[in-house]
Design a protein around this ligand. Structure first.
Ligand SMILES: [Fe+2]
Length: 428
């Protein structure tokens, strides 16, 4: 039985399955489709537990920072009301049904969590294994992939009939235990019928006779391309993990790159500006702002377009080191202690990336979306390449690759950097 289930799963998310089943049925990501029995019941149960542990973490952090929103009987809980949720986290091993009953009684609930890929490393890794073969075939969306978690038994999606943001396509991994049904409409037909009431249309019953109906249950996948008018219905409590391919508008990428500059290179300063009393043609006051933008040495004198190209390069290497996820995991809170006798392995399926600065003085290593900067030594590149092969390595083997003149502390420092940012894992 176990053997059989393993075979089903390998089949469902293998490179060949994505190509021959998923991409063919969806007509290369353009057609709404349901795929039955892709995830075994054992695995959906595990994934539900991982999601419950995300809820537990958010309750512990007492934060809505990662897009944690709770709706009870259709009303979004206020900042203050969220405290009651934080005080009732799911217990270790508690099922979603049991927790929902304990925390909300018989009320209808809807819970949305936005940064799933950041909040549970096991789940992020599990999903990266599943979708990497797809991204290899369709390309990594330049604004990354992310997953949003929906938990609920709220009946109709409270938004009404709607389309998602331009360029977003979604694959819904349905984790049960309840079922869900999605309703979609032929665009022209629906727009004709609905006229100027087409967006966030809550008059659902009227349009149901014209809908395409897509029921699915625990273990199934539902794919929906951009621009599809839709609404979901879930009467029994269920969890959906929705994976988004973010091929948003081109201007969004431009803004993203500008934000990379702001995040990485704008120096913190609380100074207020001096009034500019110079003649109009004297531009020297600009220096007050320009002096705060600290571009790296190797790109600071390049023309603007080349600076932006290098910013894009930096952003892209970072994204690719994190299997396309648009947010990175939290760094480990406590530094892992390594001795010469220990061994470690790459945190697969993620691979670390590296690039030399243009002046070749430094090397940037990208670890699960975090950039670390080291002096450029050929032996560091060899070390990263060797770890990326994914085989178990001992610390001694790692140090044998590094410069033999170096003190062991340099080796431990590098290994700890990779470990803290979740690039490698110590084996016990
Ligand atoms: Fe939607």
């Amino acid at each position: 039985m176990i053997q059989q289930e393993t075979t089903i799963q390998e089949k469902a998310f293998s490179s060949n399955w994505w190509k021959e089943s998923f991409l063919k049925t969806t007509n290369t990501l353009t057609k709404t489709s349901v795929f039955k029995d892709c995830i075994s019941k054992d695995e959906t149960a595990l994934m539900r537990e991982e999601i419950m542990s995300i809820v537990r973490l958010l309750c512990k952090l007492r934060t809505t920072q990662f897009g944690f929103r709770v709706f009870v009987d259709g009303k979004k809980l206020s900042y203050k009301q969220m405290n009651e949720v934080y005080d009732m986290p799911p217990k270790e091993g508690e099922s979603v049904n049991s927790w929902a009953k304990r925390a909300f009684g018989d009320k209808k609930i809807g819970i949305i969590i936005n940064r799933g890929e950041k909040l549970n490393n096991e789940l992020a890794t599990r999903m990266a294994y599943k979708i990497s073969p797809l991204l290899n075939q369709v390309g990594t969306p330049l604004l990354g992939v992310n997953f949003t978690i929906f938990i609920g038994n709220y009946g109709w999606t409270p938004l009404g009939i709607h389309t998602d943001a331009p360029g977003e396509s979604v694959t819904h991994f349905h984790l049960g235990p309840g079922d869900k049904t999605m309703y979609t409409w032929n665009k022209e037909e629906y727009e004709d019928l609905a006229g100027d009431k087409k967006f966030n249309n809550k008059n659902v019953e009227k349009f149901l006779p014209y809908a395409n109906v897509h029921p699915f249950e625990e273990g199934d996948l539902y794919y929906m391309p951009p621009n599809e008018f839709h609404i979901g219905r879930s009467d029994e409590l269920s969890i959906g993990l929705t994976l988004w391919l973010n091929n948003h508008q081109k201007k969004d990428l431009a803004k993203k790159l500008m934000n990379v500059i702001l995040d990485q290179y704008l120096e913190e300063s609380e100074d207020t500006m001096k009034p500019d009393k110079n003649p109009l043609e004297d531009l020297s006051a600009a220096e007050q702002a320009l002096s705060l933008i600290k571009l790296p040495e190797d790109i600071k004198d390049l023309p603007f377009s080349e600076v932006m190209e290098n910013v894009f390069k930096d952003y892209r290497y970072s994204l690719y080191s994190n299997s396309g996820y648009w947010t990175r995991p939290f760094p480990k809170e406590d530094e892992t202690t390594y001795t010469l006798e220990d061994s470690f392995v790459l945190e697969k399926p993620f691979v670390m990336k590296y690039v030399e600065t243009l002046d070749r003085k430094n090397i940037y290593i990208y670890v699960r979306g975090t950039k670390v900067v080291l002096n450029n030594h050929a032996c560091i590149k060899t070390l990263i390449e060797t770890i990326n092969k994914g085989e178990v390595m001992t610390i001694k083997e790692a140090f044998a690759i590094l410069d033999s003149e170096w003190d062991d502390n340099i080796g431990f420092y590098i290994i700890n950097l990779l470990d803290t940012h979740n690039g490698i894992r110590k084996l016990s």
